[in-house]
Design a protein around this ligand. Structure first.
Ligand code: MN
Length: 493
């Protein structure tokens, strides 16, 4: 709705200003606004250098599917390798410079089209696009206060040169943590090189700054994520239809991922989890070869990456159409915990507070079910073994901290779960207190053993509270059972 007049006015601008003007789109407008916010925060003494992710080998000379660095994608939308963005907020007019690899028709015959510099300019809204082959020369000039070409001279880049001369220049990179023994990342290698050769600047890690910006989503991002969640919701329902007794987990997974691709998703947002029966007690169950048995619960944690926004949805459902009483006890407790957590998810609170509320509800319920003997301590953590929430966005576990104050535009999950495994009791350290605990809980653990339930939705924070984007996937006991009974009837025909 908002996009229609913006696109129309961009078209007029392009027609009037002719071919030299980049063709703006709602996406490139949003990218330009993101870069403007970054530059405002960095200030005129800073130069930002953001590098693309390296390609990674899968087997021999075959690479994994390429995945762009999330921060570079956030500011450029470019999904090809050998891309570098340089922002110089102090420059007179050319404050954004993009370096892209050169086109090469011979290579493109093998591996597909590469963006021309004009295409890169149109997609990103960055007006100065140079060849990746001149990046080193450009940086050498800029870091030694010498002009580059006819454009980046004293008049254009004087503020940066002055900052370097005065020793107050800041070179901003995504530096991150560096573990001894771990290979250096491209920005770490770059920093090593320029530190040896040039002076007058300090290196600063820009990751926290970018994280602060990325946690509050733009309208464009929320719209894109909403589409990612819609696709994922359709896929979850396809999975529920496919999960009949006798089907293999991989068949359910295939049904889900077919919907992702058919509706235009780039990929899954993370490896799909289809865990039937006891496999549901493995949080990130990676296999998919078990044949689903009648009476099983199936836990499906699967969602799509659409336009580099990652949805995240989990549902757990009975393949025979009806929860057993024991399955239902656990399911209703997890669902109740999620409902109570959603009530406290308002602007001004934190993911940490949402987790605390979830834990309180789970403790109360676990005590009632006999799965813990004491609700005041940490016994609940035998069965609830992960956090309740994380931010979602370009990364499925997106940037941001559990202590960030939640505000409108933030997107996150609420995903309580319970996983009942006999081995947890059996592995308690052999103390007198634990022997008593084991005896007290054994009957309930026998009753609920091998039941794993997780319920997860994707939310956007709004002024009035958290709004679920994934509510179209059945979730109440009645809705799930209705859907499964109907889905099975349809399949049986
Ligand atoms: Mn999640």
């Amino acid at each position: 709705m908002v996009n229609v007049p913006r696109a129309a006015s961009s078209l007029l601008v392009c027609l009037v200003l002719a071919a030299t003007t980049a063709f703006a789109s709602p996406f490139s407008d949003d990218l330009a606004a993101r870069r403007a916010r970054v530059m405002e925060r960095l200030g005129p003494d800073t130069m930002l250098v953001l590098m693309s992710a390296p390609a990674r080998a899968y087997s021999g000379d075959v690479d994994y599917e390429y995945r762009q660095d999330s921060n570079l994608y956030y500011l450029t939308g470019i999904t090809q390798e050998q891309t570098t963005l340089v922002l110089m907020p102090g420059n007179a007019s050319k404050r954004e410079v993009l370096f892209v690899k050169d086109r090469n028709p011979g290579q493109e015959h093998w591996t597909g089209a590469v963006l021309s510099r004009d295409e890169a300019r149109d997609q990103t809204g960055v007006s100065t696009v140079l060849s990746a082959s001149v990046f080193d020369a450009f940086m050498s000039r800029m870091l030694s206060r010498r002009p580059y070409g006819a454009t980046f001279d004293e008049k254009e880049s004087g503020a940066w040169f002055a900052a370097l001369g005065a020793g107050r220049a800041r070179l901003a990179l995504v530096i991150g943590e560096s573990e001894l023994g771990a290979p250096l990342t491209p920005p770490q290698l770059f920093l090593q090189k320029v530190r040896d050769r040039f002076a007058g600047f300090v290196a600063v890690d820009v990751a926290p700054e970018l994280a602060t910006l990325r946690t509050v989503k733009t309208l464009y991002e929320v719209q894109t994520l909403t589409r990612a969640v819609d696709i994922s919701a359709d896929a979850q329902k396809a999975g529920m239809r496919a999960a009949v007794p006798g089907a293999f987990e991989y068949q359910v997974k295939a049904a889900i991922e077919a919907v992702h691709r058919a509706e235009g998703a780039v990929s899954t947002a993370y490896p799909s989890i289809v865990a039937s029966g006891p496999n549901a007690t493995t949080l990130h169950y990676p296999q998919d070869g078990r044949q689903i048995q009648s009476g099983d619960l199936v836990l499906v944690d699967a969602a799509a990456n659409f336009g580099y926004e990652a949805a995240d949805i989990t549902r757990t459902y009975p393949v025979s159409g009806t929860f057993t009483p024991a399955q239902r006890d656990i399911y209703e407790l997890v669902l109740h915990a999620q409902e109570e957590a959603i009530k406290v998810a308002k602007p001004g609170t934190t993911l940490s507070a949402i987790h605390d509320r979830t834990v309180a509800v789970l403790k109360e319920g676990l005590l009632t079910l006999g799965l813990i003997a004491d609700a005041t301590g940490q016994q609940y953590a035998m069965w609830f073994t992960h956090g309740t929430s994380h931010f979602i966005g370009i990364d499925v576990h997106d940037v941001g901290s559990n202590r960030d104050i939640l505000q409108p535009g933030m997107t996150f999950t609420i995903e309580p779960g319970l996983y009942i495994r006999q081995s947890v009791l059996d592995q308690l350290p052999a103390t007198d207190a634990n022997r008593q605990l084991h005896a007290a809980l054994q009957a309930a653990v026998t009753k609920y053993n091998n039941i794993g339930v997780r319920i997860e939705d994707s939310f956007v924070m709004e002024a009035g509270g958290a709004r679920s984007l994934s509510q179209s996937v059945p979730k109440s006991v009645k809705d799930v059972e209705d859907f499964m009974q109907h889905a099975r009837a349809v399949t049986a025909r």
